[in-house]
Design a protein around this ligand. Structure first.
Ligand code: HEC
Ligand code: HEC
Ligand code: HEC
Ligand code: HEC
Ligand code: HEC
Length: 247
């Protein structure tokens, strides 16, 4: 083929193509960056707390089940944050003089709850319910990020409506079961942390979750996602309806 355009023209063409493609994209990005930057929503930023409570230490290194502290997570809308008595089952004996436990001791002495700063929240006009998600086998990490790695708790996701809908529109992509296990969907949620505590081998999806990524089903396994959805009785027809989350 004869060379019609010289190298200079080529460069100009490349530059304008690049500019044409990148500028509108960059504008879009700055626009959305303003509303969803990590600064604005504090995603992945550990939040100051009255005591340096570590999930990594308690849930993985010590292997304490999430439900020991978040007692209502399977049965109700709220997961709940533990009372000082729960901490005292151990801390009346362990590390009783540690300055890091000052807030815990003070709470006990004055009989006032520790005022933990809230890490995650949705606005009041949004209805959310933990129990149904846990019953359907959706991992805590899918929404909260790598809790197992958190020394000080941070927010794994900003909980925007569009994010909730990504799953509500295609839950088959997020259904997951360890093929080698016959635990109920609910127990599978907690099995991940037990495996981490025991140092057991993780499946690919479990590895993803433990790293704080979402539990997306590999594309070639989506048929399994549909199967699990049927088995678990996921009612997908109403999941996108406004009233499900706004009532
Ligand atoms: C020994 C008790 C204990 C255990 C076990 C525990 N947590 Fe927590 N969790 C807490 C305390 C205390 C807080 C409040 C302080 C903070 O945010 O770190 C908390 C906060 C959280 C929050 C943030 C709450 C908010 O303000 O939005 C999430 C999410 C969470 N825990 C998930 C988990 C998961 C998942 C597990 C199991 C892997 C787990 N926790 C195990 C005590 C515990
Ligand atoms: C099942 C027992 C157990 C429970 C329940 C428990 N802890 Fe701990 N916690 C420990 C142990 C063990 C250590 C570890 C000390 C070490 O070896 O590093 C520890 C360490 C800590 C530390 C760090 C202490 C230091 O000096 O660095 C803090 C802070 C702490 N726990 C807060 C809490 C809070 C708050 C709760 C209640 C929400 C709680 N723990 C519940 C067993 C427990
Ligand atoms: C489908 C997403 C999703 C899953 C799965 C999920 N959470 Fe949450 N979690 C949320 C949202 C959204 C909030 C904020 C709720 C609010 O503001 O009322 C929240 C709040 C919390 C809180 C703060 C206290 C509270 O009840 O509001 C804790 C603690 C918590 N979650 C723990 C857990 C644990 C433990 C698991 C797994 C057993 C889990 N979450 C699974 C989305 C999720
Ligand atoms: C990873 C997937 C996933 C994500 C993310 C998710 N959900 Fe869901 N949600 C489900 C599934 C699955 C159900 C169960 C549907 C069924 O079985 O009927 C459900 C059910 C619900 C229900 C119905 C509860 C009831 O009592 O009927 C509400 C409300 C809800 N989700 C709110 C939210 C909100 C708000 C968010 C975002 C903060 C969210 N969900 C994020 C998967 C998800
Ligand atoms: C799966 C749950 C879910 C469903 C279904 C849902 N929403 Fe939302 N919606 C949310 C959450 C979470 C927020 C708060 C976070 C945000 O503003 O993105 C929200 C925020 C909003 C807001 C406020 C937006 C803002 O910028 O403050 C409006 C308006 C709204 N939703 C309307 C709707 C309408 C209309 C529908 C039906 C077409 C709908 N939602 C369906 C979860 C949901």
């Amino acid at each position: 083929m004869p060379q019609i355009f010289g190298p200079a023209v080529n460069t100009i063409a490349t530059v304008s193509l690049f500019a044409g493609a990148v500028v509108p994209f960059a504008l879009l990005l700055t626009g959305s960056a303003l509303t969803s930057s990590p600064y604005n929503t504090k995603v992945t930023v550990p939040l100051d707390q009255p005591a340096p409570f570590s999930h990594r230490h308690h849930a993985v290194e010590l292997g304490i089940d999430c439900r020991f502290c978040h007692v209502s997570v399977e049965e109700s809308a709220q997961a709940g944050v533990p009372s000082t008595d729960v901490c005292m089952t151990c801390h009346s004996q362990i590390w009783t003089n540690s300055p890091n436990l000052e807030a815990v001791r003070k709470s006990l002495e004055t009989a006032t709850p520790i005022e933990w700063n809230k890490v995650n929240a949705v606005p009041d006009f949004v209805y959310f319910n933990h129990s149904i998600h846990v019953a359907r086998g959706i991992s805590c990490n899918n929404c909260h990020g790598a809790v197992n790695d958190m020394h000080i708790t941070w927010k794994g996701n900003a909980f925007r409506m569009a994010w909730c809908l990504t799953c509500h529109e295609n839950p088959q992509n997020y259904m997951y079961a360890d093929p080698g296990s016959n635990l109920s969907p609910r127990e599978q949620v907690f099995a991940l942390y037990k495996k981490l505590a025991a140092g057991d081998k993780l499946t690919q999806v479990e590895r993803q979750l433990a790293d704080g990524l979402e539990q997306v089903m590999p594309a070639d396994k989506v048929h399994e996602g549909y199967k699990l959805m049927n088995e678990r009785g996921v009612n997908v027809s109403q999941l996108k309806d406004c009233y499900v989350c706004h009532h």
